[in-house]
Design a protein around this ligand. Sequence first.
Ligand SMILES: [Zn+2]
Length: 313
Amino acid sequence: LTTDFHYNPLYESAQGQQVPWTPVELTDAALALDDAPRIVARLQGAEHGHAMLGRLAIGDRTALSESGIVCRRAYDTQAHEWGLGLHPASGVYYLVTGGPNMVAWGRPSVGGLVGIAHSHPRHAIDPVELTKNGLTPNVAVVLGEWVNGMYANMTISVMPGDLWALFPSNQDLMASYATAHPVPERVYLPWRIGPDGWLSNSTGPTLVVEFGPVRAALRPDAAKTARELVVDPKNDQAVKLAESRCLRYLYAPVSFRAGTAVLKTGFLQVDALKGTDRRDPQNAWFRAQLPAPETLLDRAGVERFIATAVNTH
Ligand SMILES: [Zn+2]
C-alpha cells in the first residue's frame, strides 16, 4: 500500500507548508448526491485514476481499500457516479464521488478540478428485449446495426433493453462543450464485456466509451436569433441565452472499448437540450460520419459567430 497520495495541495497552507490530509471515510453510497460532489482521495496519477474508475464502475470495492480509502460498511460502488479530476495548477489527480446522475464539476466542493473521466452507475439491460427485436446479444454487433446497419438513422433512445445507456448522455456532451474540453473524455460503464461479446457482471474487462472533443452545429436561423436576442454585446446573460437558442446539435467522436480492444467507433449526434444526466433517453443518433467540418464549431467558434452576427446589423 502506498501512502504518498494522503496529501492534498488544495488544502496547502499559505506558507506553502504541506498539510497532512486523510482521505474521506465512505459510509453510505445512498448519501452521495448530485449537488454534493466530494474529493475522497488524492491519486498517484492519471493511470491510477483510470484503473480505479474501471474497477469502481463494475462494483469492485477493493479498489477503495487498496488506495487507502476507508469504508465502514459494504459500500455499493455502483450506486453513484465517480469522477477522475485533474487539478491543472499542480498536475495532481483526485478521486471524486458524484451523485446518482452526474458529477457536478462546477460545485465549489470540487472547484478548480477538470473532469477527465467519470463512471456511470448500475443500469439494467435485458438481452431478452434484444432477441425479441431480432438482434443478437453482442455489443459490437448491436452497435453496428445503429451506426450503419438496419437501424441506422433511428434515435438510440429506441434501442431495446435500454441499450442507449451504453452511450455518453446528452448532458455529458453538453458539459464537455460548455467547458471547451480539448481532449476526449472517458465514461466507465457498469458492465464488463464477457467472452461472448455481451455484457457481463462477472468476467472480462470493463466496457469504456471515450468521447470528444465535442463540436456544435448551429440552427439555420442562428444569426437572426443572435441579432434579436443580443441588443448589448456586453450583456452576458443575453449572449448566453442567444448561445443556447442557436445550438442545434452537438457532435462527438465515440469509441467503445473493452480493455484495449476497440469494439465499435462512430460519431454521436445529440439534441442540444439541457437534460438531467441519465434520467431519460433523449434524442441522439450513432452516426458513421460527421457533417462537413466547416459547419461544426467549438465553443469559442460559437461565441465568435454570435459576436459577428450581432455586429453586422
Ligand atoms: Zn455521464
